[in-house]
Design a protein around this ligand. Structure first.
Ligand SMILES: C[S@@+](CC[C@H](N)C(=O)[O-])C[C@H]1O[C@@H](n2cnc3c(N)ncnc32)[C@H](O)[C@@H]1O
Length: 279
């Protein structure tokens, strides 16, 4: 079978299973199966593929048909300028979260040495991207899950920032170590009831990375409360929020002694990030 026919077969199977990005996903999965890049596929549509490679491609397509996200099948995801190793123990890094990186780089543009805490570090996409950009910054990441922290450590090796990173397995409630110039967090902020209505793909991701309790604010509340104690005066807290949480989160921040510097929108024009300063 040639590449074009394999792609068509895969595409039909994915469409039948209501995968909306069928063409793109097929290209990524066939690239993985034959260990070539997407450009090779497009330039070699008539090239025959080995039977064993097609069988592997068919296996990958079946995984995707069950709605397993492509990033979990390929075990990688691009974020900012880097590629992160991912599996089902971490949230798949989202393009919207890159807003946090832009804000951190803007706010620290004249700083050379800083200590940053990432609450709910996950794959490490936020903290490690910053450590990679800023060679004299040090990072501390905490997360509930040891399996998640293992993935973060793999990524810190990959990016070569291992020696500037400390990781702690801890609930933010119980974490009382150090004082920080900057704290960043993308906590779970989806309302418990809304989780049931999410796309099938998202159900593969860890619930503890998504579930923000009944009102979606339970983890944000904890993060702000603890950050007020762990942050230095004039330190900066940068939070990712749900598109409809701006006003509530602003009020919680103000009550805890933070001044709202700005609210930033994502590429879909939704409020996505609040930058605040501890007074
Ligand atoms: C939305 S994910 C964000 C992961 C990563 N920072 C990112 O932006 O892709 C939230 C992370 O916070 C962790 N988490 C949830 N509740 C927590 C808590 N109370 N204390 C510490 N970590 C928590 C989860 O395990 C998950 O890895």
């Amino acid at each position: 079978m040639n590449i074009q026919t394999a792609l068509k077969k895969g595409r039909l199977k994915l469409r039948y299973n209501n995968v909306s990005s069928a063409q793109l996903d097929c290209e990524i999965l066939l690239s993985k199966a034959i260990n070539k890049d997407k450009k090779f596929l497009i330039l070699n549509l008539n090239k025959e593929i080995e039977k064993s490679d097609f069988n592997y491609f068919d296996f990958l397509i079946n995984e995707r048909s069950k709605r397993k996200p492509v990033a979990y099948i390929t075990q990688k995801k691009d974020f900012w300028k880097y590629e992160f190793f991912v599996n089902e123990n971490v949230l798949i890094p989202r393009p919207d979260t890159e807003v946090l990186i832009e804000q951190i780089l803007e706010i620290t543009k004249n700083k050379s040495k800083l200590k940053i805490l990432d609450i709910g570090v996950g794959s490490g996409c936020v903290l490690l991207s910053i450590l990679k950009e800023k060679k004299n910054f040090r990072g501390i990441g905490i997360d509930l899950s040891i399996k998640t922290l293992k993935i973060c450590r793999i990524n810190s090796h990959k990016l070569g920032v291992d020696n500037r990173l400390k990781l702690y397995k801890s609930n933010i409630d119980n974490f009382n170590t150090g004082k920080y110039d900057l704290i960043v967090s993308n906590p779970p902020y989806i309302k418990k009831n809304d989780l049931k209505c999410l796309e099938k793909d998202i159900k593969f991701e860890p619930a503890q990375a998504l579930d923000g309790g009944v009102d979606g604010l339970s983890e944000l509340n904890k993060v702000i409360d603890k950050s007020a104690k762990l942050i230095k005066t004039k330190g900066c807290l940068i939070l990712e929020i749900g598109f409809d949480q701006k006003n509530k989160v602003k009020r919680i921040l103000q009550k805890k002694g933070f001044y709202i510097k700005r609210v930033v929108k994502d590429s879909s024009n939704h409020d996505r990030c609040i930058v605040s300063i501890k007074l």
